[in-house]
Design a protein. Structure first.
Length: 314
């Protein structure tokens, strides 16, 4: 048998030795140039078996976690189970005052509504227009799976849903609920968690903060709550629980100085906002002016911000 044979590559006859691969023959004849290796030097292609091993190694490499130095938290998409709107019915089972201008309302549903902490719902109390509310926990942290706990503010004009409680809206009042709505829900992950709540905006912030302490107990948390009147800082039991679980950066703010305790700082909530970092995750809930101001500050620092807008008078 001859030690050499003829091979046609791209229409050109090439003389090669018996046992050479077509690629090696093309390289030897100058028809193609060698590939550049990882070190910048030319190297001949690896045999087919080595290529197969290389392919398998690449697959394993993609499965390895990234180093902590380059790992960055990513926003979680809306869970698939919440893609379709859920509808539930229930009745008012509790009405309790939380402060001079704040009332806690508990609606017990016939069947549980699946929500993430920080989600909102559209609630229709029979005889009233639909309103967007933020389910939360009682200030002591309790709630049943089929309960929706709401914090409602009594508006200064004497109108709104809160003022109907105990009169037009009493115990056993029918309620229809659908949701979830909104994208201000809690996303587990890294980065400092900065939580800001104005008035009854504490409702979604409280559910987010409590979930964070269970899901990410080592995560750094900064919490700020504010009210126009210091007597409306009804969330003290919840703040005590958070302190007991290791949250040390908690700030209370009030616009009015009347009867303001020493631990309550004066001024608007945004005046006491710490310097934000690009790695921060900010959740803010409250009126449009507070939410808008925090969104601007978060955007300037590159921090991710998830707003929850509380309707006027809610």
């Amino acid at each position: 048998m001859s030690a050499r044979c003829s091979l046609v590559v791209n229409g050109k006859s090439v003389r090669i030795s018996t046992g050479d691969t077509p690629l090696e023959a093309a390289l030897a004849d100058g028809m193609i140039t060698p590939a550049t290796g990882l070190n910048g030097q030319g190297s001949a292609p690896a045999p087919r078996r080595a290529q197969s091993r290389s392919h398998r190694s690449e697959s394993v490499k993609l499965a390895l976690p990234r180093p902590a130095s380059i790992e960055a938290p990513r926003p979680h998409p809306l869970p698939a189970r919440n893609a379709a709107t859920q509808k539930r019915t229930g009745t008012v089972t509790e009405i309790s005052p939380l402060g001079p201008h704040t009332v806690e309302v508990v609606v017990t549903l016939t069947r549980r509504l699946v929500l993430e902490p920080g989600h909102q719902v559209v609630a229709t109390f029979e005889g009233f227009e639909p309103v967007t509310l933020s389910p939360t926990l009682r200030v002591d942290g309790s709630a049943e799976l089929n309960e929706l706990v709401f914090h409602l503010r009594l508006s200064s004009d004497g109108r709104g849903l809160g003022h109907a409680l105990g009169e037009a809206i009493d115990l056993d009042h029918p309620v229809k609920v659908k949701g979830p709505v909104g994208r201000g829900f809690y996303r587990p992950g890294g980065g400092r968690l900065v939580l800001l709540a104005a008035e009854t905006g504490f409702a979604p912030i409280w559910s987010i903060a409590r979930a964070a302490r269970y899901i990410d107990p080592a995560r750094e948390v900064t919490l700020m709550v504010g009210a126009r009147d210091p007597l409306d800082l009804y969330m003290r039991p919840a703040l005590d629980w958070l302190r007991a679980t290791g949250v040390t950066r908690i700030v209370m703010v009030s616009d009015r100085t009347r009867q303001r305790p020493p631990e309550v700082r004066p001024g608007p909530l945004t005046a006491h906002l710490p310097s934000l970092r690009s790695t921060d995750v900010v959740h803010v809930a409250g009126d449009a002016s507070t939410v808008g101001a925090v969104e601007v500050l978060a955007a300037a620092s590159g921090a991710r911000c998830y707003p929850v807008l509380i309707e006027p008078g809610i």
